[in-house]
Design a protein around this ligand. Structure first.
Ligand code: F6R
Length: 622
């Protein structure tokens, strides 16, 4: 979603800003802009569409400012137009701001300002610039307040009016040396360089300049200049925060020879899963080692119910988690879409013996944060499964298990999903073991098969790539797809359909195969590809019957089946074979062909695979 970068230092600011904004492209955006000083005045440069449009315009300007702020906007309030793009400037052009988050009461606040304040954009952000200026002009007249305090006081007064979430970065036209910022419920961090300082919503934007950063806390006010930074807490007291040193992995932002990040990330999956398994399983006794999980055997035995909260792909991982937890640990489990959960009344049904698991790749998803905040009030035991270290959700949870799959740049989630599945699998096994549900024989059989999964994923990638490329060429012109699966592979049907929708813009629906006859079967004719996950399981025969039913309506039957299945060809038009494994482990393999299929179809359609339209990598607004 929206991205922020601010820079003050020895370099030419617009170049640093554009470079940083490019690193933020992966988050999803539809316009971009920067603001720098020219001839002692604040100037705005904004463009709709890709950053290259902005870069091209700036190339001819010969700007020389050493201070500036920049933003990528993902439209919420008002269409993606140049007027709505950030930065936004105040009434008399004294103050310029960029903002991530949402100001919920911006309409009410507009009415509080004098009528002379004219609003140029449709955004919720512009009010911040005007309010700041309104207070700053008043404070400026007060001779008893130091100039620096005037900036901070104007910010404090403005912030006290705002409802919602925000990370705001500000420049004042009478101050060419400093950038100001404030945050609440939206990530912001300070980058510390040598003779230069940065402020950003995502460390990726500044990693090529510095690996030293400070994660700011809610309510913090920040002032940065070339050689100095100051942080004030929500009470206005100057404070210190811990400096983090990021491990710079240059591989992260490189495609390493792959055409797209998504393709690279699909290929990374076997190695990631192997790393997770080998770090969590003690090979001497096969026991799972969750050092980070602060739950006693008694706590685990007392768990009455598991509640999983997540959105999108992470929600699909959660749905598979339900099967695993109920099967391996025999604990009832429910999974909720976070945006739905947050507005239901739960007080009566949640108690302290519930175990809440929130899942999020980014750790910044607004709905997941809000639902987690809600449920935490009831003090259940809780766990966060997350990829991004130190993200907002990780700070709220009592226990965190990181998926450690590396930065996911492709907007469509792939490696984050399989790593979430792997962690959920290990958590379920761990809970089952602690509750004495799994005897040694079954436990060791499962571990033994789990250890083979990375190699099976590699084999799958090798064998199915040409098959999916062929399917892609064959089906890329279709308008609609139906994905079917049953039991633990029903969420895989949902996830496969989501991948196709996201990156190819083809309508796709995931359905439990047995439910097809209750409605979606009406859609099936010779133009409808029906992709069914029919790998070996206790419901294989049932799924095969569902394939027959769809075939009888002339649907084009595409089937994912287990290697060695000799009869599937009799009922399928196209078959893709995957290696045999346990049913409970099959989702981690079965998703791979569906990721590839979405990829190849999107490629044939000429879509922007890594940055699909309208989508954002981390959805920081409700
Ligand atoms: C789909 C996708 C989204 C995210 C969802 C939740 O490919 O990436 O559906 O899964 O926005 O994001 P996180 O996991 O960051 O909370």
């Amino acid at each position: 979603m929206c991205g922020i970068i601010g820079y003050v230092g020895k370099r030419i600011a617009d170049r640093v800003l554009i470079d940083g904004l490019k690193k933020l492209e992966y988050r999803g955006y539809d316009s971009a802009g920067i603001s720098v000083f020219r001839d002692n005045k604040i100037e705005l440069f904004r463009k709709v569409g890709k950053i290259i449009n902005l870069e091209t315009e700036l190339a001819e300007k010969g700007l020389n400012s050493r201070i500036g702020i920049g933003h990528t906007r993902w439209a919420t309030h008002g269409k993606p137009t140049e007027k709505n793009a950030h930065p936004h400037i105040s009434h008399s052009k004294k103050i310029v701001v960029v903002h991530n988050g949402i100001i919920e009461n911006y309409q009410q606040l507009k009415k509080k300002l004098p009528a002379s304040y004219k609003f140029i954009s449709e955004t919720d952000t512009e009010i911040i610039a005007h309010l700041l200026e309104y207070y700053y002009i008043k404070l400026k007249k007060d001779k008893n307040i130091s100039t620096q305090n005037k900036y901070l006081l104007a910010m404090q007064k403005t912030i006290s009016q705002l409802k919602g979430s925000f990370a705001i970065v500000i420049m004042f036209s009478d101050n060419q040396k400093e950038i100001f910022a404030v945050k609440k419920d939206s990530p912001l961090l300070l980058g510390i360089g040598i003779n230069e300082m940065f402020i950003t919503s995502d460390i990726t934007a500044i990693l090529s300049y510095t690996n030293r950063s400070i994660n700011l806390e809610d309510g913090d006010f920040i002032v940065i200049s070339k050689n100095k930074y100051k942080i004030f807490d929500k009470d206005g007291k100057e404070t210190n925060r811990k400096i983090n040193i990021a491990q710079i992995d240059t591989n992260v932002t490189e495609k390493s020879g792959y055409k797209h990040f998504m393709l690279k990330e699909i290929h990374e999956q076997p190695q990631i899963i192997e790393d997770i398994i080998l770090t969590k399983i003690n090979r001497e006794n096969n026991e799972i080692n969750f050092r980070d999980l602060n739950l006693s055997k008694k706590d685990i035995n007392n768990i009455s119910r598991v509640i999983i909260l997540a959105c999108g792909t992470s929600y699909h991982a959660g749905l598979i988690g339900k099967f695993l937890i109920e099967d391996l640990a025999q604990i009832p489990c429910e999974v909720d879409v976070a945006s739905e959960f947050r507005y239901r009344s739960h007080n009566r049904v949640i108690d302290k013996d519930c175990f809440v698991i929130a899942i999020s790749q980014s750790g910044e998803t607004a709905d997941t944060i809000a639902s987690f905040n809600e449920i935490k009030k009831l003090k259940p035991k809780n766990l966060m499964i997350c990829n991004v270290i130190n993200s907002t959700l990780t700070k709220k949870a009592d226990n965190v298990i990181y998926t450690r799959c590396g930065t996911e740049i492709g907007v469509a989630s792939t490696k984050a999903f399989t790593s979430q599945l792997c962690i959920l699998f290990l958590v379920s096994l761990f809970l089952g073991r602690q509750r004495n549900i799994l005897n040694d024989k079954r436990y060791n059989e499962i571990i033994c098969e789990l250890l083979k999964i990375p190699q099976k994923m590699k084999n799958t990638i090798d064998s199915i790539t040409p098959v999916m490329e062929y399917w892609g060429k064959h089906f890329y012109q279709k308008n609609s797809f139906l994905y079917l699966g049953r039991n633990i592979n029903y969420p895989i049907a949902l996830e496969g359909a989501l991948k196709l929708k996201e990156i190819s813009y083809i309508h796709a629906e995931g359905y439990p195969a047995g439910e097809m006859k209750h409605g979606p079967i009406a859609l099936i004719d010779e133009n409808m590809p029906v992709l069914t996950i029919a790998t070996e399981s206790n419901v294989y025969e049932k799924v095969a019957s569902n394939v027959e039913e769809a075939r009888a309506r002339n649907g084009k039957m595409l089937v994912i089946a287990t290697e060695g299945n000799k009869i599937i060809k009799n009922i399928a038009d196209f078959v893709c074979f995957v290696p045999k494994t346990l049913d409970i482990l099959s989702p981690i393999i079965n998703i791979i062909p569906l990721q590839f299929l979405a990829y190849f179809i999107a490629e044939m359609r000429g879509c922007d695979i890594d940055q699909p339209r309208n989508l954002a990598k981390s959805v920081t607004v409700e």
